[in-house]
Design a binder for this molecule. Structure first.
Ligand SMILES: [Zn+2]
Ligand SMILES: [Zn+2]
Length: 264
């Protein structure tokens, strides 16, 4: 029997995460008036900070339970920590409501609201996968109220997360970034590092993976995996799968001491 590759393993449990869906009307938001929207965008706030996604508290906890179930089944080494987190979740209805609302506020440290010491990595992993289906729907709902061509920042205009992938477009020569959480695509400068203000970055390629470049920055040690649009063969980019299929590039970049600052 062949040993499953890292991609197979990742693909397998990510497939399970993708099967966790939310109702079509699971997310609402209050439409900001034009002045509030303009002011927020001038302060470079992501939309989730201007007009936060609103979800039903118990929907949120149901999703979290499903995500916890997938983690416990597929990543047994995290099972104990996940159980600890679950038993530390708020119980009183008002605390639960506040917790679910704060989960969507960019930069919020939710862990500090829980009483006991928990693994921040495992907590972040559980929380990211819980908020993801809601943020995807939210991103779709707010699409019409921002301009993805003019944002030009290294973090997501919708949810504020760092990008997981970049795409160099073939014909236009433009570069786009993709959010790993809400899957928004937005334009960024052609050159320079999306993680810091540096205008310089270099890249490496790997034999047999000519479709990809890994851009890295020696100023902040950030990196970003990049798809060369000229080598896509006219196919639509599927950021979620591209990210999983290029996990070797993450391993190589991290071995060299670079970081993918996916989430602030
Ligand atoms: Zn996002
Ligand atoms: Zn940098």
């Amino acid at each position: 029997m062949q040993t499953p590759s890292l991609q197979d393993i990742l693909g397998d449990y990510h497939q399970k995460f993708l099967q966790i869906t939310v109702k079509d009307d699971a997310v609402t938001f209050n439409m900001p008036d034009e002045a509030a929207l303009k002011q927020g965008q001038e302060r470079t706030l992501p939309l989730a900070a201007i007009c936060p996604p609103q979800v039903k508290t118990e929907d949120f906890f149901t999703t979290m339970k499903q995500v916890a179930g997938v983690i416990k089944e597929h990543l047994p080494e995290l099972a104990e920590e996940v159980k600890q987190i679950e038993s530390a979740l708020p119980v009183a209805p008002s605390d639960r409501e506040e917790f679910a609302a704060r989960a969507f506020i960019p930069g919020e440290n939710l862990l500090s609201h829980l009483k006991i010491d928990l693994s921040p990595e495992t907590f972040g992993f559980l929380l990211n996968h819980t908020t993801r289906p809601y943020l995807r729907q939210y991103a779709n709902n707010v699409k019409a109220i921002f301009d993805s061509e003019t944002w030009m920042r290294g973090s997501c205009p919708v949810c504020g997360a760092k990008p997981v992938l970049a795409l160099l477009e073939k014909e236009s020569g433009k570069r786009y970034l993709y959010c790993g959480l809400c899957e928004t695509k937005w334009r960024f400068y052609r050159l320079g590092c999306p993680h810091c203000a540096s205008k310089e970055s270099q890249f490496f390629t790997v034999e047999g993976m000519g479709k990809y470049r890994v851009y890295y920055c020696d100023k902040c040690l950030g990196y970003i995996k990049t798809v060369d649009g000229a080598k896509m063969g006219g196919k639509e980019l599927m950021p979620f799968w591209e990210d999983i299929n290029t996990v070797q590039l993450d391993i190589l970049a991290m071995r060299e001491g670079y970081f993918n600052q996916q989430v602030d």
